[in-house]
Design a protein around this ligand. Sequence first.
Ligand SMILES: Nc1nc2c(ncn2[C@@H]2O[C@H](COP(=O)(O)OP(=O)(O)OP(=O)(O)O)[C@@H](O)[C@H]2O)c(=O)[nH]1
Ligand SMILES: [Mg+2]
Length: 295
Amino acid sequence: MFKRIRKVFTRFIEKASKVITSRENLEEIIEEFKLELVSNDVAYEAAEEIADKLLEAVGKGEVKSRGELVEKLRLIIKSFFEKAGSLDIFGEALRHNPYKLVFLGVNGVGKTTTIAKLAYLYRLKGFKPLMVAADTFRAGAQEQLRLHGERIGIPVFTGKYGSDPAALAYDAVRYAENRGYNVVLIDTAGRMHTDVDLVNELRKIVRVVKPHRKILVVDALTGNDAVEQARFFDEAVGVDAVIVTKVDAYEQGGVPLSIVYSIGKPVIMIGVGQDYKDLKEFIIDEFLDKIIPEK
Ligand SMILES: Nc1nc2c(ncn2[C@@H]2O[C@H](COP(=O)(O)OP(=O)(O)OP(=O)(O)O)[C@@H](O)[C@H]2O)c(=O)[nH]1
Ligand SMILES: [Mg+2]
C-alpha cells in the first residue's frame, strides 16, 4: 500500500536534507521530486503546489533541517485534505430517517461491493440498513447485490431489468420509510462516465430520491483516470465525498491526494480487500504516516 510514493518521499528527504543549508542544487532536486510525484498519480497542479510551497518555505528560512523538511511536507499535504473538509456518514445517519446515500462510479470500480461493506458497517454500528439495486441496466447486477445481501443478512430492494432506476429507488425509499430502515444505500449502474444516458439517469435518480449524500466510488488502480472520473462526476452530478477502492493492491499512492486536491471533496473511506470487513475509515494522519517517512 502506497509503497512507491513513500519511496519518492524518502529519497527526496534524503537528498534535500543534505543540501538544505547550502541550497546547492535544491531547485533541481525539488523539480525531480515533483516529476516523481506526478509519475505516482499526484495531479500535476498538486505536485507543483507542493514544490512551490516548499521552495517558498526554504526561501523564507523556515526549513533548515531534515526534521523541519518532513514537518513542512506533512503540513503542505495536510492542508489539501483540510481544505476539503470531512464528512461523517455515520453521525449524519443518526440525524436523518432514513438517511439516503446514492453511489456513483464507472463500471467495475467496486460500487456494489463497497455498498455491501458499508451496509455491513452500518449494521455493526446499530443501524438498520437497506440496500437498493437501482442498477437495472447490467445483466446480473440485481442478483449480485442480492447475493451480497444474503451473505451478510441485509435486505436488498430489487426491481425489473430495464425498468426506470429512479422509480425503483423512489419505491425503495418509501419501502424503507414504512419498514423502519434508517439507512438506504442505493447502487447505480456503472458505465463509461462519458455516457450521456447514464448521466441523465443519475441526475434523475438524484432529483427523485433527494439523497442526503452522493458518494463517488473510484478504483485506485486506475490512477489518473480515477481523478478524471472524480472531476467528471462532480461537474455532472455533484459529489459529496469519495471512497477509493482496491487500495490493498495500490502502490503509487497519489490518488487520494489528487482527488481531494482536484475536486475539493473528502475521501472518507478506503477499500482494502474483498472481504466485508475490508472497508476502513480514511484518516489523514494515517495516510501521511504511510507516505512520508519519520523525521
Ligand atoms: N482487492 C480489492 N478488490 C476489490 C475492492 N473493492 C472491490 N473489489 C473487487 O472489484 C471487483 C468489482 O467490484 P464490483 O463491486 O462488482 O464493482 P461495480 O463498480 O459494482 O461494477 P459494475 O456494477 O459493473 O459497475 C470485484 O471483484 C470486487 O471484489 C477492494 O477494496 N480491494
Ligand atoms: Mg455493481
